[in-house]
Ligand binder design. Structure first.
Ligand SMILES: [Fe+2]
Length: 96
């Protein structure tokens, strides 16, 4: 059975986002798109019977993880509350 999940309608409409928040929303949208891409490529890699295609898909998925990190680094520079809560979330999980 082929099930591929992609949740984001592209392009997103950011026209109602206040200008002072637009860069944050652009970066969050970028993160969502990269996470969506990772999920897609990993699902496709799991489905293919070709070792070569699987290898390329997993390599691309890994690159998308780097892109998540790039967008996240930029977002954390702009959103100090997000930076603080990211640390708080990790701490909560570590305490489980
Ligand atoms: Fe990417």
């Amino acid at each position: 059975m082929l099930i591929v999940l992609c949740f984001l309608p592209y392009p997103l409409n950011l026209s109602k986002v206040p200008q002072h928040n637009i860069d944050r929303e652009i970066l969050r949208t970028g993160i969502m798109a990269e996470l969506d891409a990772i999920s897609l490529y990993e699902q496709l890699a799991a489905m293919t019977t070709s070792k070569k295609i699987k290898s390329v898909l997993l390599d691309i998925a890994k690159e998308e993880k780097t892109h998540v990190g790039e967008f996240q680094a930029l977002l954390l520079d702009l959103d100090k509350e997000q930076a603080k809560e990211l640390v708080a979330g990790k701490k909560e999980v570590d305490e489980l």
